[in-house]
Design a protein around this ligand. Structure first.
Ligand code: SF4
Ligand code: SF4
Length: 330
């Protein structure tokens, strides 16, 4: 009997999700023995033409990591959707927009201006910008178009399952692949991780205060942190209450607060808004200047509360990034 055909692809991401496959260690041998890997550009020499030649629906599943920023990523996501029975959004960037999604605070032009002119290390006297098409020595060169906003995979194609994390843990990856191989899949649209808040699985949960009051927010790199006490009890922002469990509380175990990479549980509509509203209500100050002084302890609120989920949030992008962004997301 033919083995199920599986593909991996990456869009706008750092490559950590690809490394997470290698982190399966010896389990990767069991998995590659059970499946036929037919597309994995980062590791195997397959091309887009190989995917085009596949019959529609011939792949059992494709795991796509990374957010969607370019026309090429949109095209590949649609092509892989057509060729696969299941599409799995693999990791925080594909699921929620991830770190690349923080670019949704800035217009396309301001990003290109900074990268090709404004950055201190750039010399570009002719102010050259990348162009989707140019002629050179009778050859036509093309580049993908850089879209106005970063989008999640689900904002481009239908997604069957979501594997959360930055990156997903080896345990979650193997259990997702085993579920695919055995057909023991949860309802379509599920996030393949426990639907509980991270605090429920955190070894520090006994010290989490019932009532939290913040007279100041402390920053992890400027604070000596107790290795057993809940971070919130130490005045350090921890995204655990607004974040899905399933990561084995990796960051608290390493004495670092959670930054929210597993995204929200099913009961939380907007991860950043949930955390922001609960912390704002806990600010221990009455006068507006006192409130401002406390909030100054969080100098980057978007990067703190929406680090992985700005494109998936109710906001999706800053209002000042232009009408092209609005058109692209309609
Ligand atoms: S807030 Fe953070 S440190 Fe405290 S219990 Fe939740 S995950 Fe653990
Ligand atoms: S503790 Fe938070 S940031 Fe760290 S791996 Fe878990 S979900 Fe991600």
């Amino acid at each position: 009997m033919d083995k199920p055909k599986i593909g991996f692809y990456w869009c706008a991401s750092c490559g950590g999700c690809e490394e997470a496959i290698v982190d399966l260690a010896e389990d990767i041998l069991r998995i590659t023995a059970a499946v036929d890997l037919v597309f994995w550009p980062v590791a195997l020499d397959f091309k887009k033409e190989d995917v085009l030649a596949m019959p529609n629906g011939s792949m059992a599943a494709v795991f796509i990591n990374g957010a969607v920023r370019t026309s090429e990523q949109e095209e590949m996501a649609s092509l892989l959707r057509a060729k696969s029975q299941f599409v799995i959004a693999f990791g925080a960037c594909a699921q929620l927009g991830g770190i690349p999604g923080l670019a949704n605070q800035f217009s396309r032009d301001s990003i290109l201006n900074y990268v090709y002119d404004g950055a201190p290390t750039v010399v570009n006297e002719k102010h050259v910008r990348p162009s989707v098409r140019c002629e050179d020595n009778n050859r036509t060169l093309t580049l993908p178009e850089f879209r106005s906003v970063v989008r999640t995979l689900e904002q481009i194609v239908h997604v069957d399952y979501f594997l959360p994390g930055c990156p997903p843990t080896p345990r979650l990856i193997t259990s997702a692949i085993d579920a695919l191989l055995t057909g023991k899949l949860p309802p379509p649209g599920s996030v393949l991780a426990p639907d509980v808040a991270l605090c429920d699985q955190c070894p520090r949960k006994k010290s989490k205060p019932e009532q939290i009051r913040f007279a100041a927010f402390k920053r992890p790199h400027l604070t000596s942190m107790d290795s057993d006490l809940c971070f919130l009890a130490q005045g350090v922002v921890c995204m655990g209450p607004a974040t899905r469990g399933g990561c084995e509380a990796l960051c608290p175990a390493a004495n670092m607060p959670c930054t929210g990479c597993f995204g929200p549980t099913s009961r939380v509509h907007d991860q950043g808004a949930k955390m922001l509203s609960s912390l704002s209500a806990a600010v221990d100050a009455k006068e507006s200047d006192q409130v401002d002084a406390v909030l100054a302890g969080i100098p980057d609120p978007v990067g703190t509360f929406y680090r992985y989920a700005l494109p998936a949030s109710l906001l999706r992008f800053s209002a000042n990034i232009g009408s092209a962004a609005v058109k692209e997301t309609l």
